[in-house]
Design a protein around this ligand. Structure first.
Ligand code: HDE
Length: 700
């Protein structure tokens, strides 16, 4: 439609026109460049000076160009999302592995090998749009799949459970985590009294709290996160037979997180760390990929499962019900314009195509109202579906009309149905959306189901499923967060919950908080079960990647570095599917031993080791010696060591290692680099991502 209009414009105007990058038409100015015009198309002669009465006089109201420009600028902002304000999106596709017609008539799951366009937006929850990428927070993982029978939005998180069981509590949990209203801080932090006050009074949040205090809440990259639909949904087949379904996205490159001390430093060094990572991966053709897995079950399974499948604070362990891969999501294109696409994209849980339906999860039911409602506030018109990012990519026809900024207006006489003009679309009972027919006879009540009452058992199961280092990180995170609470009774109340989850955890946190006498465990509506077995699938470390692919090595070079060694390392790193960036003492690079220039991406102050998954020090004696007096160089090495990263080092690097407080034989995470073989060994070692055994010495 837009192209047709453009061609018509071109025909009407005999003046020569030119096309911009996006195919838009421009008038041509002298010299062949596009001519600047007002929004009304009037050519502009002077965009540097406003119209004034005399050289030094007041500006005139008559200056329509100035007024239009400032007016538009004044209105550039739209309200940021009330939650998930900071986000980053990308385009791609969903590829169906196999037909699921046995379970669902959803068109997107019918044909193996079919690719359907998709858009994904990752986000943090609590921070404002301009906050940083690595707070301790849940990450949003919202996927819009433009199916042939309507948009399907799977608006998920990187954590499979939620803080609350009923949508009516959502404003409370969000108010509590956001900056406190009288002082307007802290920004993008849960480490404050209001949050922990609410949480410690809300036992149902304990399972989610374990996840948020774990390394899941500080992911290394969007590319290394899992995603979850959280709620139980329904698949409906062609006979409307229902199968319950839970959705899980699994990253092809496996999971990875950073450590808290690192996250704090990354936020200063590169607040856009996750954005940049996704941008770079896609721009260099390393397209991130996730597998969509489904856990399918029927009512009989639901009835014998220990927890209520409608309770969003519970999950079904993978060991109990295996997730089946049904397709993959590939992100291969960045938006052309952040505002038009990532900011204006409107995800809505109620966007489901025929064949997918809701369960009675009270959180999901509430979301189905909230997401439509919020788009009107944010995007300002009921016509937000006319925006290209939100419009379906399949044909659509209805009688909704008019309203602010209606871009697509119906033609013809009939704007209602039924009509006898023979115009307009009609319903299709056979293919159209049908809800699951559920017979319900019950009193109208304001109650929480008794089957939702166990708040500790799965929290405990999550905790005992973690490796030692991961458990320590949870204890440290809880200690840090609660240390920021000024009110001691909030700390104690939290400890009383932790004691119901794991006595060792409760005691460890209490000890670190200086709580002398342990409080008594919190009253539990249902006694916590201690018999749930660990679920190894819940640990990040137990499910690490098989290779170092997609990760990044930072190589510190200096005057006299051996360029051949750098080239050998580069070869080994690239062979693994990883990338390498060079850091030098000065902007531009360093002179190699052979006199050539080694170009560098970062100077040492701008390229701290927290930005990399592993580091290598390729230094000559003189180069290392020169760097020993630079705090940034010593931090580079000391931080890499403290964050349990693998460190490759050349002969000459010794002085810098020692000056940074690290003995050459400190542990097996220090890998001596000399020839091509040692480079390969170093990269192979890096597959472990971190040397967690070192943690006991560095006390993260
Ligand atoms: Fe959301 N949530 N949410 N949420 N949510 C929004 O919708 C809401 C919940 C999630 O990248 C809002 O368009 C309620 C769970 C993501 O644009 C709003 C409840 C999960 C995103 C809203 C929840 C999510 C949102 C704000 C409790 C994981 C970002 C702006 C019943 C399964 C989507 C917007 C994007 C955004 C409401 C709980 C995920 C206000 C009422 C559980 C990923 O509608």
């Amino acid at each position: 439609m837009v192209k047709k209009a453009r061609d018509e414009i071109a025909k009407i105007h005999d003046q020569s026109l030119t096309r911009g990058n996006g195919g838009e038409l421009h008038q041509v100015a002298e010299g062949g460049t596009a001519r600047l015009t007002t929004a009304q198309g009037a050519p502009v002669a002077d965009d540097q000076n406003s119209l004034k009465l005399g050289q030094r006089g007041p500006t005139l109201l008559e200056d329509f160009h100035f007024r239009e420009k400032i007016f538009h600028f004044d209105h550039e902002r739209i309200p940021e999302r009330v939650v998930h304000a900071r986000g980053y999106g990308a385009h791609g596709y969903f590829e169906t592995y196999r037909s699921l017609s046995q379970y669902t008539r959803a068109d997107v799951f019918q044909r193996a090998g079919e690719k359907t366009p998709a858009f994904v937006r990752f986000s943090t929850v609590a921070g404002s749009k301009g906050s940083f990428d690595l707070p301790r927070d849940v990450r949003g993982f919202a996927v819009k799949i433009y199916t042939k029978e309507g948009n399907w939005d799977l608006v998920g998180n990187n954590i499979p459970v939620f803080f609350i069981q009923d949508a009516i509590k959502f404003p409370d949990v969000i108010h509590a985590v956001k900056p406190e209203p009288d002082r307007a801080f802290p920004q993008a932090q849960s480490a404050h009294d209001n949050f922990w006050d609410f949480i410690s009074l809300t036992p149902e949040s304990m399972h989610m709290v374990m996840w948020v205090m774990s390394d899941r809440a500080i992911p290394r990259s969007f590319r290394f996160m899992q995603g979850f639909g959280v709620h139980t949904f329904r698949f409906l087949d062609s006979e409307d037979k229902s199968t319950f379904v839970k959705f899980i996205w699994k990253p092809k490159l496996s999971m990875q997180s950073v450590v808290w001390n690192e996250a704090v430093k990354i936020n200063g060094a590169d607040p856009d760390f996750h954005r940049r990572d996704l941008w770079e991966a896609i721009q260099t053709g390393n397209f991130p990929e996730w597998e969509l897995c489904v856990q399918l079950f029927d009512q009989a399974f639901a009835d014998q499962f220990d927890f209520d499948v409608l309770d969003p604070t519970k999950l079904i362990p993978e060991e109990v019900l295996e997730p089946i891969p049904v397709g993959r999501l590939v992100l291969d294109r960045m938006p052309d314009n952040f505002f038009a696409e990532t900011e204006q994209v409107a995800f809505m849980t109620q966007n489901v195509p025929p064949g997918i339906d809701f369960s009675n999860d009270p959180l999901l039911q509430g979301r189905n109202f909230s997401y439509l409602d919020t788009q009107l506030k944010r995007l300002g018109s009921t016509n937000f579906t006319h925006l290209p990012i939100n419009a379906p990519k399949c044909p659509f026809a209805h009688f909704q009309q008019d309203g602010h900024m209606a871009m697509r207006n119906p033609v013809g006489r009939a704007n209602y149905q039924p009509n006898s003009w023979g115009e307009g679309p009609r319903e299709d009972p056979a293919r159209g959306f049908r809800s699951y027919r559920e017979d319900v006879e019950a009193p109208k009540v304001r109650l929480r189901a008794e089957s939702f009452a166990d708040h500790y058992s799965q929290a405990r199961q999550f905790y005992i499923s973690q490796t030692g280092p991961e458990q320590r990180h949870i204890a440290m995170a809880l200690t840090f967060e609660l240390s920021k609470c000024e009110n001691p009774s909030i700390r104690e109340r939290m400890v009383s919950h932790l004691l119901n989850i794991d006595e060792g955890l409760g005691a460890a946190v209490a000890g670190r908080l200086g709580i002398g006498r342990l409080p008594k465990p919190a009253d539990a509506a249902v006694a916590p079960r201690k018999d749930l077995p660990p679920s190894p699938a819940l640990s990040i470390v137990r499910n690490g990647p098989p290779s170092f692919a997609g990760r990044k090595v930072g190589v510190l070079v200096g005057e006299g570095t051996d360029a051949a060694m750098l080239a050998a390392l580069q070869t080994a790193v690239e062979k693994e599917g990883a990338t390498l960036e060079v850091i030098a003492p000065h902007v531009g690079g360093a002179q190699a031993k052979d006199g050539t220039l080694i170009p560098a991406k970062h100077m040492i102050d701008g390229g701290p080791s927290v930005l990399f998954d592993a580091v290598a020090l390729l230094l000559s004696d003189a180069g290392a010696e020169a760097l020993t007096s630079e705090a940034a160089a010593r931090d580079f090495v000391a931080d890499a060591f403290a964050h349990c990263k693998f460190i490759g080092f050349s002969n000459g690097a010794e002085a810098l290692l020692l000056k940074s407080g690290i003995a050459l034989d400190a542990d097996e995470g220090l890998v001596y680099l000399s020839d091509a073989g040692s480079m390969t060994r170093f990269v192979e070692t890096c597959r472990q991502l971190r040397l967690w055994a070192r943690e006991a010495n560095v006390k993260l």
